[in-house]
Design a protein around this ligand. Sequence first.
Ligand code: ZN
Length: 151
Amino acid sequence: MADVADGGGESVIDSSERRSSPVTPPRPLIALARGFLKRCPHCGLGRIYTRWATEVKTCPVCGLVYEPTEGDTWAFTIIGDRIPVAAAIVIVYFELGSRLGPAALIAVMAAVCAVLLWTAPNRWGVGVALLYLQRMWWPDPLDKLPPSRPA
Ligand SMILES: [Zn+2]
């Protein structure tokens, strides 16, 4: 946690060398899987969240800033969070609602809500990974990504 407090720690590479270092991004599916597992999409080692979903701003291992500007993951959160919730409610209510009795329907909806709530940090982690991929594919000169670790 001390590394997080001081900005993720400085590597032995100074900033001018870091900028010129070739960045080899992980494959997109690897980055997304890391995000789903609530790990840094860049190095796969640092945690995106502590506890259940307490956000960590910077990867304590590689120094990746997960969300450089507040709200950068908003669109990905909407896509990965609200749409699955709405789809699950629609499917349960309209597809299963006519076949199940009220008690079973409430039980199924409660189970779906529990699963969606339980996996929310995983979906938010995918949002962080999608933002990371966006930053890799369409880099911003002001947005510094850490170099990749050697393979
Ligand atoms: Zn990292």
